[in-house]
Design a protein around this ligand. Sequence first.
Ligand code: ADP
Ligand code: SF4
Length: 687
Amino acid sequence: MRDPRYDILFTPVAIGPVTAKNRFFQVPHCNGMGHAMPLAHAAMREIKAEGGWAVISTEECEIHPSGDLTPYVEARLWDDRDIPALALMCDKVHAHGALAALELSHNGPTASNLYSREVLLAPSHQPSKYGYPSQARAMTKHDIREYRRWHREAAIRGKRAGMDIIYVYAAHDLSLAMHFLQRRRNQRSDEYGGSLENRVRLLREVLEDTKDAVGDTCGVALRFATEELLGPGGVELAEAHDIVGMLAELPDLWDVNVAAWYNDSVPSRFAPEGAQEPFIAFVKKTTSKPVVGVGRFTSPDTMVAQLKRGVLDMIGAARPSIADPFLPRKIEEGRIDDIRECIGCNICVSGDMTISPIRCTQNPTMGEEWRKGWHPERIAPKRSASRVLVVGGGPAGLEAARALGQRGYEVSLAEARRELGGRVTREARLPGLAEWARVRDWRTGQINKMGNVAIYRESMMSAQDVLDFAAEHVVLATGCHWRRDGYGRSNGLGIAGFAGNPRVFTPDDIMDGRLPEGRVVVLDDDGFYLASVIAETLRQHDCDVTYLTADDNIAPWSQHTLDYRHIRMRLAELGIEPIVSHDIVGFTGTTLTLEDVWSGHRRELGCDAIVTITARLPHDALYQDLLLREASWPDAGIRTLRCIGDAEAPGLIAHAVYAGHRYARELEEPVTGEVSFKRHFHSAAPG
Ligand code: ADP
Ligand code: SF4
């Protein structure tokens, strides 16, 4: 039963001519499937509608070939042939009583046109945003009229597809309607440039066009960035006050946030829940129309407070709806403990960035709704009365045990340490990563409710222990450790002077509380978040830290999770100077010899210790022992043995959770062929 304190979250809201059944609004989010994988996309959106969200939005939707976003795969409505793919989503969303929303966008100079080969368009002549060696041309008045026509026609196509809400997009530095607002992008001297009234003109016209075209049956939403944190070249809060004042009653709904995407979907390491409030709270005071905003909200108490304090009318969510598509239903059913809270790691963002189907650390079914038929709440019952032994209580082992328990198997989980969570517990103690412990906490919380999963802590298992345990199925999720010898992408033969050197530390040492002193070089050959977190840890410990990488840039993969800029700024704040494009060729214990990877020039650096972050090795000794003793398995009653997660091949926490989930899903299920998932096949019919 629902807690009456949360009743306000389940009251309806009118959005122009349509009504949202409650206050949960899945705002637009990219997913790497888009127009290329419409079946997978529709199934993903449907699950959220089933989970209780009142509004389900698309990602940004291209309206014309001159706003082509290739290689990114978003939604597309260039002409009528694109309607069926989005109609599919509308039908699925409507089947659960939710509204479908469409985020129309023409990205002007922030498009690519790599596929369409059209010339880029912009308010004024300017370079394309993403470094393509081409410029966008200044739009003529004719172009502006054409743009308005394309937008209008796309809105009508959206309505024909079944959309209930049509968005005008002026956020994230990603759409012409916003580019005309920005002084740095708009240097026009006609009635579309110069004064604020002129720069707002196009946005007003597009809003009016959209209302005129589809406003009889569709709500018209405006997604608007109130601040870009770029100073006078960008939209600034003071100006945003005026813009909201000028357009206050024109849209049927305001969806407000901070630009660009890295300031909107900030990783939890750099911003807490509700961090956008200072930038968006004014909007509700300026308009009588409903306001939706985001803040990685996962707590119903915080959501209620947002409504009661008059900050928002609807709780917007992208990441919380990815981590738990059933979040609204769980609040409605009084199952607060069951909410799988987003950890703010932004692995979901990396799907869009790497042009691959979205995945989520907390929710391993994300992106598999259609491909594998995985449902975030349901799983097939067990096939037999077999017992399963899970060795290792990190993310892989915990998820395997939880999902096997949900299937009804008798599960025993043995963990060597006193604490559960493996790497998640250890990493969550590092600066800024506390929320990552939610990966452990949700799983242990669920397991604790199950009568068929037993957890044995401080139980280091040997091969003999496993044989003696006599379970039919054994799965090893024993994790991995960081290498000490310097071996990695940059040094295929390791680094001279590392092996056996007591002044060479690994991330495991740091997480175990063994910290170096003095001048410390953090060697990053991993390229993601960990080196910067270790550098921050050491700085807090008063070490004099240098960040070193053979790459031309620090933490290149963190671009895919929107961490990159925040990492750079954090290192700068901490006074940690990065040295890039240099490799280590020798270490005496007090002096490091560096080599420029391009010139070969060598130099020396005084250094008391190194933390080497290069590569990991699986803890697979137990697996190897058991393989050697395969002849003993039948007597021990063991039918299958598997090694999963970091113990199979070290990866992200998301990979480990997925591996545990997949193991549980597939146990004793028939194998369906070489390809374990459904694929989209495109017809070869002439276009
Ligand atoms: P993953 O990310 O694959 O889940 P982790 O390193 O996070 O891997 O977790 C592995 C867990 O397995 C750790 O908590 C570790 O203590 C535990 N472990 C490793 N070897 C054994 C073993 N032989 N018996 C029991 N637990 C083990
Ligand atoms: Fe949240 Fe991480 Fe899942 Fe994204 S991938 S929804 S940030 S838990």
